[in-house]
Design a protein around this ligand. Structure first.
Ligand SMILES: [Zn+2]
Length: 452
């Protein structure tokens, strides 16, 4: 059994944070400049559960199986729970491994996908999961909804909670997470591993009051408030139609408002990162703690016709920030692609001293990456007339600047991201994918076919 010898590690996952949004954030840029910054980090999956299970296990979604079932939220959670518990029992999940090695483990999040519902609390000795709409309430099992009336009532209650939240001017839980971290830092003598997932940059795109005023996003009327409250539901209804399935385009003004709100949300979490560092310094852990900041997937605002995440393998949906700083971390900027499948190996490398080539601190694992996404119909409810259409799953395989994309909506394309960052020009027919890409594609196809 390994024994923890290295520094403490704090892993911060900014949910739905796209890499370019953090690129100029002042606190993040300053902190990342003191350590290792990865400009082309690729999320392993398109949405929260598979991405986190991949980060914690080092396995691709088609290997760990904690993916969308296509039969609803409760089924997705139950499936994820079974898969994460099996990984934990088999010694293949990060937090339980660290716990066995004597590490004090802590987790906090307002995101229901990363809590006990999905089994992602496994191995965390201390945990504080709560609902972002109601941060003072701890997570309880959701009620069974047997009747149509019960379902309608649940939607009504959710709308009222949304409205109350918009009026309150509260954030989406980052404040409470920081309080919980403060408590943990001040009582922990180390070595410790703290993981938090913040959903400030996740939809609904509506920033904290402090940033709302600055960005002139404060709702001026009841109608505007109602619009904001309705938006998450509308996004879900419209995001498929926003693409070429139904030819429905979201109004540019609405997409522009989301972009502004998203930028304000990024500014808010950026300031939060500064407060996290102050918190570590206050309890004397600034010099013995490595902080890792990343995202679980990106967020599209109309690129390729897509709004949201989980449906596309375009860069806005899959490229995320990644930086780590602290004792022993060299100062560098890496422009080669790296995969967040490396998170588990990186934390083990830092805390347990394991020598795994997949750690991002080991150069040999850099240069290639891949992302897998599920059939959009499993992740997001398609419009009624398209219910029977199956687009199939997607993936992208990166080798240096070349990206071989299998996108559910756009099909197979070969892209040179250095010359064509907007992913507009398909090089298929002019150029071949690399042997490494073709091998990864073949392996992925084998796993997808076996699942079907
Ligand atoms: Zn997420």
């Amino acid at each position: 059994m390994s024994v923890a010898t290295g520094p403490n590690v704090v892993l911060v996952v900014l949910d739905s944070a796209r890499a370019d949004a953090l690129a100029d954030a002042p606190t993040f840029t300053d902190l990342a400049g003191r350590g290792a910054r990865f400009e082309r980090a690729i999320a392993p999956a398109g949405w929260t559960i598979p991405s986190h299970v991949s980060m914690f296990s080092g396995l691709e979604p088609t290997r760990h199986g904690a993916i969308a079932t296509g039969t609803g939220v409760q089924a997705d959670l139950a499936n994820a729970r079974a898969k994460t518990h099996a990984l934990a029992d088999g010694g293949n999940l990060l937090a339980p491994l660290l716990q066995h090695a004597g590490v004090a483990t802590f987790s906090s999040s307002p995101n229901p996908w990363v809590g006990p519902g999905a089994g992602l609390d496994a191995g965390f000795a201390e945990k504080r999961f709560f609902k972002w709409l109601d941060p003072r309430a701890t997570v309880t099992p959701p009620p069974r909804l047997d009747s149509r009336a019960a379902k309608v009532m649940q939607v009504v209650r959710a709308m009222r909670r949304h409205a109350a939240w918009v009026r309150s001017g509260r954030d989406k839980g980052a404040e409470v997470v920081l309080e919980c971290l403060d408590d943990f830092f001040s009582t922990s003598s180390g070595p410790f591993f703290a993981f938090v997932n913040l959903i400030e940059t996740h939809e609904p795109h509506y920033p904290h009051a402090s940033e709302r005023t600055r960005a002139a996003l404060h709702p001026r009327s009841l109608a505007e408030t109602a619009n904001i409250v309705l938006q998450p539901g509308l996004v879900r209804l419209l995001r498929m139609r926003a693409h070429n399935w139904g030819g429905h385009r979201l109004p540019d003004s609405l997409v522009e408002r989301w972009k502004q709100a998203y930028a304000a949300e990024v500014r808010y979490v950026d300031r939060w990162l500064g407060r996290l560092m102050e918190s570590l310094a206050r309890v004397g852990h600034a010099d013995d703690t490595v902080v890792i900041v990343t995202g679980d997937h990106g967020e599209s605002f109309g690129e390729g016709g897509i709004v949201g995440h989980g449906l596309s393998v375009r860069e806005p949906s899959v490229r995320v920030p990644l930086a780590l700083w602290g004792p022993g971390i060299p100062t560098e900027v890496e422009t080669l692609p790296v995969s967040l499948l490396s998170i588990r190996a990186t934390v083990e490398h830092l805390m347990l001293g394991t020598d795994d080539p997949r750690s991002v601190l080991n150069g040999s694992g850099r240069g290639s990456a891949q992302v897998e996404i599920e059939d959009p119909a499993r992740v997001s409810r398609p419009p009624r007339k398209h219910r029977r259409v199956s687009l199939g799953p997607g993936a992208a395989f990166y080798d240096g600047d070349l990206k071989l994309a299998i996108d559910p909506f756009e099909g197979r394309r070969l892209l040179d991201l250095a010359r064509d960052p907007g992913e507009a020009h398909d090089l298929s027919g002019q150029q071949d994918p690399t042997p490494r890409q073709l091998e990864a594609l073949k392996e992925w196809e084998g796993r997808v076919t076996r699942d079907a």
